[in-house]
Design a protein around this ligand. Structure first.
Ligand code: CTP
Length: 396
C-alpha cells in the first residue's frame, strides 16, 4: 500500500523520463505524496512545470538554491520520504551513487539519505552491459539499494536488448513491495527453479520431469515476506509468480550465467532440477533419420549450487540446495550437503510411489549443520512458506 506514504522521486536525464510523469500520476491516484527532484539533464527531457503540476508540489533542482534551502535543507529533504525512487536511473547517476559523489542535488540527496532507495535503470544496451555499469550495479546492490528492471525490448536509440526502463506499473509494484513490512523487506534473494533443456539438435532436447512448482511456490513465499526475489527459471510447466524479477533460461550453462549475473544476494535457494549432463556432440542442424543410429556423447554440466557455495567473496550468507533422492534419503542428502558446501539441504524422496515429482505435495527433511529435521507431508505451498520463514529467521 502506498497510500499515505511519501516518495522522493529523483528523475534522471534520459528519454525514459517521460514515464516518470505517468508514475507520479499513478502514485498520487493511490494516495501517495510525491516530492520531485530533477537532475539538470532531466529538464532537457521533461519540463519541471509538468512534473510539478502532476506532483502538486514544487520541483527541487539545484543544490544551492537559497530559497529552497531556507524552506527545507537538502539533508532534511533526503529524510522526508518513506522511500527514494530514482527513475530513470541513468548510467551516470548510478556511477555517481556507487562512487559516493555529491556534486549536484540528486547525488547529494542519495549520499545523505538513510532511507531505502529503489532504482529503475534506463540506458542504452551497451551502457547497461558495460563492465563499469555491472560493477556499479553490484556495488549498489551490496549497499542494499533495490532495483526494478530494466526490461528487454526496442529502445529509443534504435537498438534492442536490456536497458528499457521498467513500466510505471512495474515500478509501482516494486515500490509497494519495498514499502511492505515483512521480515525480508528489502532483502535480495535468488531462487532457481524448473528443469533445464539440453539440446540434442535445434529441435530436440533432453529434459526431466520437474514442473517448477516447488521453486515457484518458494519465490512467491519469499516475496510475501517482503524479499526482492530474482527468479532464474528453466522451461517450467507452471508460470512464474508475479512480483519477482524473472530470468528465463534453457540450459544449465545459461542458468549458471544468469545466477552469476544476479549475485550478490543475501540468500540463494537452488530448487532447479538442473541436468547433470549436456550433449557434447549436439548437432547444429536437425539430425535426419536413416543415417544409421544416433549416438550421443555427454559432458558434465557445471554444478551451480556447488560453485556458488564455494565462492569466497560474494558468497550469499545462506545457500540452500535441494536433494531429490530415491533411497537412503537422509544419508545421501547429508553427504550432498558436505560435498556441495551449502548451508542447508532440503531433501525429498522422489521415488515414483511417493507421487512427489510433478505432484502438489512434498515431504521434506531439512538438513542443517545441526542435523536432520523431518517435516510432515504437506502442500508444496506450505513447504515453501515454512522454508521462507526459516530463511527469514536465519538472516535475522
Ligand atoms: N544443482 C545445481 N547444478 C547442477 C546440479 C544440481 O545447482 N548442475 C543443484 C540443484 O538445484 C539442487 C542440488 O544441486 O539444489 C541437488 O541436485 P541433485 O541433482 O539432487 O544432485 P546431484 O548433484 O545430481 O547429485 P546425485 O546425482 O548424486 O544425486
Amino acid at each position: 500500500m502506498v497510500a499515505g506514504k511519501r516518495i522522493l522521486l529523483i528523475i534522471g536525464g534520459g528519454i525514459a523520463a517521460y514515464k516518470a510523469l505517468d508514475l507520479i500520476r499513478r502514485l498520487r491516484e493511490r494516495g501517495a505524496a510525491v516530492t520531485p527532484v530533477m537532475t539538470r539533464s532531466a529538464a532537457e527531457f521533461v519540463t519541471p512545470l509538468s512534473v510539478a503540476a502532476l506532483a502538486g508540489e514544487a520541483v527541487h533542482q539545484e543544490l544551492f538554491d537559497l530559497t529552497q534551502e531556507a524552506e527545507m535543507g537538502h539533508i532534511a529533504l533526503s529524510r522526508v520520504a518513506d522511500l527514494i525512487v530514482v527513475a530513470p536511473a541513468t548510467a551516470d547517476l548510478m556511477a555517481r551513487m556507487a562512487g559516493g559523489r555529491a556534486e549536484d542535488l540528486a547525488s547529494t540527496l542519495l549520499l545523505a539519505t538513510d532511507t531505502r532507495v529503489l532504482l529503475a535503470p534506463a540506458m542504452n544496451v551497451r551502457m547497461w552491459q558495460h563492465p563499469a555499469t555491472r560493477r556499479n550495479l553490484a556495488t549498489l546492490q551490496r549497499d542494499g539499494v533495490l532495483t526494478v528492471g530494466p526490461n528487454e525490448g526496442d529502445m529509443a536509440c534504435g537498438e534492442f536488448g536490456p536497458g528499457r526502463m521498467a513500466e510505471p506499473m512495474e515500478i509501482l509494484a516494486a515500490i509497494e513491495r519495498a514499502l511492505a513490512a515483512g521480515p525480508l523487506a528489502g532483502r535480495r534473494v535468488l531462487v532457481t527453479s524448473g528443469p533445464t533443456h539440453e539440446p540434442i539438435d535445434p529441435v530436440r532436447y533432453i529434459a526431466n520431469r520437474s514442473s517448477g512448482a516447488q521453486g515457484t511456490a518458494l519465490a512467491a513465499a519469499l516475496r510475501d515476506l517482503g524479499a526482492q526475489v530474482v527468479f532464474v527459471t528453466g522451461p517450467a510447466s507452471v508460470p512464474p509468480p508475479a512480483g519477482v524479477e524473472v530470468v528465463r533460461v534453457e540450459t544449465a550453462r545459461e542458468m549458471m550465467a544468469a545466477v552469476e549475473a544476479a549475485l550478490p544476494v543475501e540468500a540463494a535457494v537452488f530448487a532447479a532440477a538442473v541436468a547433470d549432463w549436456r550433449v557434447a556432440n549436439a548437432a547444429a542442424s536437425k539430425v535426419k533419420k536413416g543415417s544409421g543410429g544416433l549416438s550421443l556423447d555427454f559432458a558434465e554440466n557445471p554444478d551451480i549450487l556447488a560453485s556458488v557455495s564455494r565462492r569466497g567473496e560474494g558468497r550469499p550468507r545462506l545457500v540452500v540446495g535441494f536433494a531429490a533422492e530415491t533411497d537412503d534419503v537422509i544419508a545421501h542428502a547429508t553427504a550432498k550437503r558436505a560435498r556441495k558446501g551449502c548451508d542447508w539441504i532440503v531433501a525429498n524422496d522422489v521415488s515414483p510411489a511417493t507421487g512427489i515429482m510433478g505432484g502438489s505435495e512434498n515431504a521434506v527433511t531439512l538438513i542443517t549443520a545441526e542435523g536432520a529435521e523431518d517435516w510432515p507431508r504437506m502442500g508444496k505451498d506450505e513447504v515453501a512458506r515454512r522454508l521462507a520463514r526459516r530463511i527469514a529467521d536465519a538472516l535475522g
